[in-house]
Ligand binder design. Structure first.
Ligand code: SF4
Length: 400
């Protein structure tokens, strides 16, 4: 981690982004319709990013108990509990990092349950706190294919969000601006895919651990020129590294796939552990969740509806099996690590025998580790270390 020049660029981009988060401001889920909000003229803030920051800064453990006191169970989404707990304690890492006095106050909150119903409860809490409108996009869930009827359904819900957003802004949506925003999202998503695909090459110039940090613009600045320029520069940097045969993991011997949520408070430790064992984690469903192939500026609402309903987390087990098979093949994967994240069953895919069916279909072995995105009480350092070291040794033996 942190070998790339793009990391420095990212710091200045994020600073500019956070200090400009003033009203009119909308909150949005990470795979929600940010383009609509931007085109309406809102600044857009993403509470999941804040949840991840609480995890990465290892402050989540301080805040989660406060949410429990307020009645939120200790086995529900630890983004939600960390974020609500931090709010109730009047603290945020954004103060120290960017000088913000608090999380930014919303004029509108929009969520999409394409990822989980937890976001409805989480964003609903803040809607009540701030007394602002909350609009939920609720697409069909766990689908194998996305039908035209599914797209019609979601477009209808987008139109409701557009109407409410337009009333707050005091002007209707400019569809020309929406087209431009979707065009920028498309360019950003294409570049993000190309960035990730540099890891198809062995040795890889990029790991999943780099990706978890460098994905911030495609999540938070999707639909802006800043995002497009950042990934163009990053792609150039990665191509230079590839030409110079500079590997992210020296002496890369096995190539792994990470399935499930990151363990935000242990990114560095896990990155080091895999690197020490000459194992490069080169791809993940998590980072690939922001590769959107469907955006079409000529048909912005329908293409957004399709892109956001097709996301991996919203698909059936059969569809997930197909997507994973393709990724394992494209990235020349030797083994998969499934993260069973205690407080996010929505983004845990090891519980209905997907690892077994995937191994049967591809021959690629897998390991499941227990942990959590933010709540480190569910993560056992020693146990995970032993399991990973043993698994990597097995993969090395199988490759001989
Ligand atoms: S997908 Fe998981 S981590 Fe993300 S908001 Fe939903 S429950 Fe939380």
């Amino acid at each position: 981690m942190s070998r790339l020049r793009s990391q420095d660029k990212l710091k200045s981009i994020l600073k500019d982004y956070f200090v400009c988060l003033s009203s009119p401001l909308a909150w949005c889920t990470s795979v929600g319709p940010a383009e609509i909000l931007r085109a309406l003229g809102f600044n857009v803030y993403f509470p999941e990013n804040h949840g991840a920051l609480l995890g990465a800064s290892r402050t989540a453990g301080k805040y989660i108990p406060r949410a429990h006191q307020a009645g939120y169970d200790d086995e529900i989404c630890s983004y939600l509990t960390a974020d609500i707990g931090a709010y109730l304690m009047g603290e945020t890492p954004l103060s120290q990092a960017y000088g913000l006095p608090s999380i930014p106050r919303p004029d509108l909150i929009v969520f999409n349950t394409n990822q989980c119903r937890e976001v409805a409860e989480w964003f609903g809490f803040f809607g009540r706190e701030f007394g602002c409108p909350v609009v939920g996009i609720m697409p069909p869930r766990h689908i194998t294919e996305v039908s035209q009827a599914d797209i019609d359904n979601v477009v209808g819900q987008f139109e409701k969000a557009i109407k409410i957003g337009g009333e707050i802004m005091g002007r209707p949506l400019d569809y020309g601006r929406l087209k431009e925003t979707v065009a920028l999202s498309k360019q950003g998503a294409v570049l993000w895919r190309e960035v990730l695909e540099t890891a198809r090459k062995a040795p890889s110039p990029l790991t999943f651990w780099d990706g978890t940090i460098l994905m911030a613009p495609i999540v938070m600045l999707r639909g802006t020129q800043v995002c497009v320029d950042f990934y163009q520069e990053m792609l150039d940097e990665l191509r230079q590294l590839m030409n110079a045969k500079q590997a992210a993991v020296p002496d890369e011997q096995v190539r792994l796939f990470w399935e499930g949520m990151p363990i935000w408070g242990r990114l560095r430790a896990l990155s080091d552990l895999f690197a020490e064992n000459h194992a490069a984690v080169v791809a993940s469903t998590y980072c690939n969740s922001w590769v959107f192939d469907c955006f079409n500026p000529e048909d912005p609402l329908r293409s957004m509806a399709e892109a956001y309903t097709r996301v991996f987390i919203n698909r059936s087990e059969d569809a997930k099996l197909g997507i994973l098979r393709e990724l394992l093949d494209n990235y020349h994967i030797d083994g998969i690590v499934f993260h069973d994240s205690k407080t996010c069953f929505n983004n845990t895919n090891s519980r209905f025998n997907l690892p077994g069916r995937l191994q049967k279909a591809t021959g690629v072995p897998s390991l499941t580790i227990d942990g959590d995105l933010n709540d480190l009480r569910f993560f056992s350092e020693g146990q995970v270390r032993t399991k990973i070291e043993t698994f990597v040794e097995l993969l090395k033996t199988l490759k001989q």
